[in-house]
Design a protein around this ligand. Structure first.
Ligand code: G4P
Length: 538
């Protein structure tokens, strides 16, 4: 089990890899991500009824519902990854935080998936958070499947939404299904054939409150024309129009991130959800190779390797430990195997490997590329770190999101300085916030940099709860950061409205009071190095 080549020769590894589909949902809050997750679980028969957890009040208790379910059924549902079998595949839905203040966490999750589902509200179209996350998918070359949700409610015209996608983000939408019936009168889906001709009509029947899977009936295009008359004719015409502009699915272009298959759906009524699952099974890519720091690909058939994409600590009082979540890149994982932590070169025992769901944890004995596994008390592990067996491999670090909020933090009592420093280092390595320092401000009041202000709240709350340090936070009047270098730093530091810092990872960042200040300096001093940080919205 501890042999350095464990996994490479494991029987069935190739089959297990081929049937893995690992994806995340990217969306703006309220587009229906939780509802869709429940609907997917319902279709995968992980849960018997979605009604109980639909609706605002119900959804708040989703977590406890999941926990009860997990106990009752022995399934592996986690707040980090929901794993289920569907159509012969093992599907890993990796959870992303709902609030945009935590988009840095979402960004890290996107380094752990092979595909993304971009969920759009039919009435609202593309919203800021979706756009931002889509840019991350593009940057990472993650293929995107688009789901236009809430078609049961009045919304925009189907083709208008597609135009918005191609015009605003340059992604060519290639619907696999078109809605039959306008938004608000969702009757079913027209399945598009290769040349855009309709091949099937899937008619849905509503169930009470969308609690159970919506019954489907399949009709031929001729039967559909008879049954739905005008609304069918409209959908069929739209399908042909799309073909005329080349908007038909092309697997290669989809995998290259140039086109996106589209499905119209109602997560609430469970319409189009089975079609999404079938699409994931048929079109989404299985785990593939990942390039290491030198650009050499590590293929799934290679000996075990994994990348840590999330660290969570203090999840609840009963388990005051630190969990590192890894996505397996290659080889078979067996609990207990001893792996090497690439960043320190030290061995790491994987005796405590878990799937985690809220407070409930289940032991994982075996896992394959694409799967997500939590490691207990992995104090040395941080997002971006690599674990491996056999020949050394190290994956590139996860780039940080561009922070837009800045504040200094200090311990209220000078006597707590030691704990304060320890806590800052801990939260920094977990990636809760970025920590910036410069000589002027000193180590007693480092600057915290965040994508959203709620990250600061997490820091101060954890400082108190876990480290028993009361802190004082002072917001700083900076709005954006640029990467610079040691040569440009002194000149920048002399400018009004600018301050230069070193981040823990060694990056030199210049903070600017506002974008006009930045533009002015760029214009006046064009020789200075000022590069945007990755995944900026500006
Ligand atoms: P999120 O996780 O992306 O933030 O979204 P969530 O699933 O919580 O859904 C946000 C709101 O949109 C919820 O309404 C939810 O019921 C509704 N919703 C989600 N999918 C659909 C859909 O396909 N059709 C319709 N009509 N609504 C949908 P809410 O007002 O917050 O709660 P409630 O109406 O359920 O009480």
């Amino acid at each position: 089990m501890n042999s350095p080549t464990a996994g490479a020769t494991a029987p069935g590894l190739a089959e297990e890899v081929a049937r893995r589909r690992t994806f995340a949902v990217i969306s703006h809050p309220d587009a229906g991500k939780s509802t869709l997750t429940e609907a997917l679980a319902l279709h995968a028969k992980v849960i018997a009824e979605a009604g109980a957890i639909h609706g605002k009040a119900g959804r708040r208790s989703t977590v406890s519902d999941w926990m009860e379910m997990e106990k009752a059924r022995g399934i592996s549902v986690s707040s980090t990854a929901l794993q289920f079998e569907y159509g012969g595949c093992v599907i890993n839905l990796v959870d992303t935080p709902g609030h945009s203040d935590f988009s840095e966490d979402t960004y890290r999750v996107l380094t752990a998936v092979d595909a993304a589902v971009m969920l759009i509200d039919a009435a609202k179209g593309l919203e800021p958070q979706t756009l931002k996350l889509f840019q991350v998918c593009r940057h990472r070359g993650i293929p995107v499947i688009t789901v236009i949700n809430k078609w049961d409610r009045p919304g925009r015209a189907p083709l208008e939404l597609l135009d918005e996608i191609s015009e605003r983000i340059g992604l060519t939408p290639t619907p696999l299904f078109l809605p039959v019936g306008i938004a608000g009168d969702f009757r079913g889906l027209l399945r598009r054939g290769e040349d855009g001709a309709a091949t099937e009509y899937v008619h849905f029947t509503r169930t009470a409150g969308g609690a159970t899977i919506a019954p489907e009936e399949s009709y031929t295009p001729e039967q559909a024309a008879e049954r739905e008359a005008e609304v069918w004719a409209t959908a069929a015409e739209e399908s042909e129009l799309l073909s005329a502009t080349g908007q038909d699915h092309d697997q290669e272009l989809f995998l290259a991130g140039q086109t996106s298959p589209v499905i119209y759906a109602s997560a609430m009524l469970n319409f189009g959800v089975r079609q999404l699952l079938d699409t994931l099974v048929e079109l989404a890519p299985p785990p593939g190779p990942r390039a290491d720091v030198d650009g050499t690909p590590r293929t799934p058939a290679d000996p075990f390797s994994a990348v840590v994409f999330k660290v969570q600590a203090g999840m609840d009082a009963a388990h005051r430990d630190r969990l590192a979540f890894m996505r397996i890149v290659s080889g078979e994982f067996e609990r207990g195997m001893v792996v090497t932590h690439a960043q320190t070169g030290k061995p790491f025992a994987t005796k405590y490997a878990l799937t985690v769901f809220g407070r409930e944890r289940a032991t994982v004995d075996t896992a394959y590329p694409g799967d997500v596994v939590g490691l207990v008390n992995a104090t040395a592990l941080a997002p971006g770190h690599t674990l491996y067996v056999g020949k050394k491999v190290q994956f590139p670090p996860i780039p940080s999101f561009a922070p837009e909020h800045f504040a200094t933090l200090r311990a209220q009592s000078a006597g707590k300085y030691k704990q304060f420093r320890k806590a800052i280092d801990q939260l920094d390595s977990e990636g809760v916030v970025q920590v910036l320092r410069n000589d002027t401000r000193g180590d007693a009041s480092p600057v915290l940099a965040a994508v959203g202000p709620m990250q600061f709240e997490v820091v101060t709350a954890r400082m108190q709860a876990e480290f028993n340090v009361e802190t004082h936070l002072d917001h700083l009047p900076y709005q954006l950061a640029r990467r610079t270098d040691a040569e440009s730093a002194p000149e920048l530091d002399r400018q009004r409205g600018v301050e230069v810092f070193t981040r823990t990872d060694g990056a030199i960042l210049a903070l600017f009071s506002d974008k006009w200040r930045l533009q002015y300096i760029q214009k006046e001093m064009p020789k200075l190095t000022l590069e945007p940080l990755v995944a900026t919205a500006d």
